[in-house]
Design a protein around this ligand. Structure first.
Ligand code: GLC
Length: 458
């Protein structure tokens, strides 16, 4: 697995060296050749995009920033085993034995329609499906291998079904594609044998070309695990330059090892200066794992979504369908609960935000938009709600979704709202909408530092 740290170390200069910049052997974009020189030692390197410009990235990112919330789908032969998508490697299953799973992988036609409908119900705006995971089995029709859904028992192109289903519900379409391949004969040998590397890289580039050519507009290319090669030996600049030529509006993640359009913190929410998307599971597995009962609640999910929004990132939340394509009941329930909250709060999530400077509150998170602060209260304290350390003057307040003003008073240390309902207005997360006379600021330790000490009136 590549880490953000490794991405950060792969610089434009390294990218140039990797492909022999200055020669005209490769179809490099002008942007890469004209990339600014690396800054002096000690100054942080500019990061992505490697094969585009920051301005073009902003243009391409516009829908994605507002979409905010997407559905990740892990589906493949591992779903037949029902013991996590790493079952082949973690249980050391022989390849010939594992391949037999293809005979039993014959999902109901158009299972993806239910995924897309559920995504819409939950307030999601895009989907990203595993077209090929580490196991090497392709859900799409490839001329480069027979190890595909269309050429085995299933007999259908499951990527085409997915694309059609997603589009029918107005979802943007993303393709996950694993560079690491446990099935391809050169998938490990490529690291030590140049002829094997050549064959393997041609195979991978060829499949990415197929994915970017045969399914109409693709909105996201979501690479995973670049083992056993490095961006230079993957020829990742050449690969992504090809992708951008075939799909000029596409967003590409960072997991070839090249910084591109967005970073991909996994199972954690971690803001960065780059556009970022946290990907997470609802239990502990990406692929279907029958016995994994460590489910998050709908409230956990909404809270995570709010935290991603607070720091202006995206949230890609996974389902692991069963081999027949049906979604585990727990995931349906969780996402339906998320959808109930989103029915009345989606506009808080889908509109652009300013990165929130107000962070401190023991029962709430915050979303900031211009002069407005949305206090997202998960543990409703009762008829009074207070926030400490706000430096900006509040001018009005109401419960989100209502027009009745909420009373408040404010001094140097406390902004206090009174006369609120004793029980939470929303069973999941209730929102107070407060308007200030300027973008709200909080002094995180102002209350501790500046308040007069001593006994007062006791
Ligand atoms: C990891 C896992 C993989 C999963 C991915 C999702 O890299 O190897 O199974 O698909 O995370 O981000």
């Amino acid at each position: 697995m590549i880490t953000d740290d490794m991405n950060n170390r792969f610089t434009r200069r390294a990218a140039m060296q990797a492909i022999g910049a200055g020669t005209s052997l490769l179809p490099l974009s002008a942007q890469v050749l004209n990339a600014p020189p690396a800054p002096p030692a000690g100054v942080p390197e500019p990061k992505g995009p490697t094969t585009s410009t920051p301005e073009d990235r902003e243009r391409r990112l516009q829908w994605w920033r507002e979409a905010r919330f997407g559905m990740f789908i892990h589906w493949g032969l591992y779903s037949v085993h029902g013991r996590h998508e790493w079952v082949m490697e973690n249980e050391g299953i022989p390849i010939a034995e594992y391949e037999q799973g293809a005979k039993r992988f014959n999902p109901e036609p158009n299972a993806a329609r239910a995924w897309a409908k559920l995504a819409k119900t939950a307030g999601m705006k895009y989907m990203v499906m595993t077209t090929k995971h580490h196991e090497g089995f392709c859900l799409f029709d490839s001329k480069l291998t027979n190890y595909t859904a269309p050429r085995t028992a299933c007999g259908r192109d499951l990527v085409q079904e997915y694309v059609d289903a997603a589009r029918a519900e107005g979802m943007r379409v993303g393709f996950y594609y694993s560079l690491m391949d446990w099935h391809h004969p050169d998938g490990a040998l490529a690291a030590t044998d140049e002829a094997a590397r050549r064959r393997f890289v041609d195979y991978i580039h060829g499949q990415v070309r197929e994915l970017c050519t045969n399914y109409g507009k693709v909105d996201i290319l979501w690479y995973d695990v670049n083992w056993p090669l490095k961006p230079d030996t993957w020829e990742a600049v050449k690969l992504n330059t090809m992708v951008r030529k075939l799909q000029p509006d596409i967003l590409i993640n960072n997991r070839t090892g090249l910084p591109e359009d967005f970073t991909t913190p996994e199972q954690r929410i971690q803001a960065s200066a780059e556009p970022w998307e946290s990907c997470m599971t609802m239990n502990d597995s990406w692929g279907y794992q029958k016995a994994d009962d460590n489910w998050k609640t709908s409230k956990n999910i909404v809270r995570n979504l709010i935290r991603c929004t607070r720091d202006n990132g995206n949230y890609l939340l996974n389902i692991g369908p069963k081999p027949d394509g049906s979604i585990p009941a727990e995931s349906v329930n969780i996402l339906t609960g998320v959808g109930r909250w989103m029915d009345t709060h989606a506009e808080l999530i889908h509109a652009p935000v300013s990165v929130c400077k107000v962070k401190r509150g023991q029962f709430s998170d915050f979303i900031e938009r211009g002069n407005k602060l949305y206090i997202m209260i998960q543990f409703w304290p009762g008829s009074e709600v207070s926030i400490g350390g706000l430096k900006t003057k509040a001018v009005s307040a109401k419960l989100y979704g209502s027009s009745t003003p909420v009373k408040f008073d404010q001094d140097d240390f406390r902004l206090r709202f009174t006369g609120l309902p004793a029980t939470a207005p929303n069973p999941m997360i209730s929102v107070l909408e407060v308007e200030f006379d300027a973008p709200p600021e909080q002094d995180n330790i102002g209350v501790r530092r500046n308040r007069k000490r001593g006994l007062v009136g006791v």
